[in-house]
Design a protein around this ligand. Structure first.
Ligand code: ZN
Length: 203
């Protein structure tokens, strides 16, 4: 399986990193080796002094597809979750400055946290889901999928032009503002619609 991530999909986050609003979705991939398995903690790697959390609504692909039309995208996923796109921001800034690919800063081992899944059918409207992240009990990210520049169904259509979507693939739909640094012993808690769906320790 693969993880396809969308960058710069919330205006408030584009502003906080002083990026330009993209004309089309920014995409990058994480390999399966980046996924944190079995409730393990996130271990801060020794190559970075600035690991950021990015909380994102994620969707799990349930059907193989290519060149999917937006109006049919809803048939290609059954589950929604929350992910953390861990980013070595110091490294990424360096790579960006030099026009180099981001993988070392975003696709390293442990950079991909996936929460337990929630059935899509339990949501009234995919484009109106509240989600938030608390770090050590204080609210650090709080947003709603209605603020996405490209909505989930549009992203699935766009992504499938480039990458065949397969069963089990996961899409990270981008982070809102409020990203920040983690340090050892921090505890991250993710919520969808006020319901806590994960708890992750930083080591
Ligand atoms: Zn991200």
């Amino acid at each position: 399986m693969k993880v396809i991530c969308v960058g710069r999909n919330y205006t408030d986050h584009i502003k906080e990193l002083e990026n330009q609003k993209p004309k089309s979705p920014v995409l990058f991939l994480k390999p399966d080796s980046s996924i944190i398995l079995n409730n393990r903690p996130f271990y801060i790697p020794d190559f970075s002094n600035e690991i950021h959390y990015e909380t994102e609504i994620i969707v799990k692909i349930s059907r193989i597809g290519k060149h999917i039309q937006t109006k049919f995208s809803h048939k290609y996923y059954d589950y929604i979750g929350l992910g953390i796109d861990f980013t070595a921001r110091d490294l990424q800034s360096d790579l960006k400055k030099n026009g180099l690919p981001w993988e070392k800063s975003k696709a390293f081992d442990g950079s991909c946290f996936i929460s337990p899944w929630v059935e899509k059918s339990s949501f009234m409207d995919i484009n109106n889901i509240n989600f938030m992240l608390k770090m050590n009990d204080s609210l650090v990210q709080n947003s709603n999928t209605s603020y996405m520049l490209w909505k989930v169904d549009e992203l699935i259509s766009y992504i499938s032009k480039y990458f065949t979507l397969k069963i089990g693939d996961v899409i990270f739909t981008g982070t809102p503002s409020g990203v920040g640094k983690v340090t050892a012993e921090d505890v991250l808690e993710g919520y969808i619609e006020n319901k806590k769906i994960f708890n992750l320790k930083i080591k």
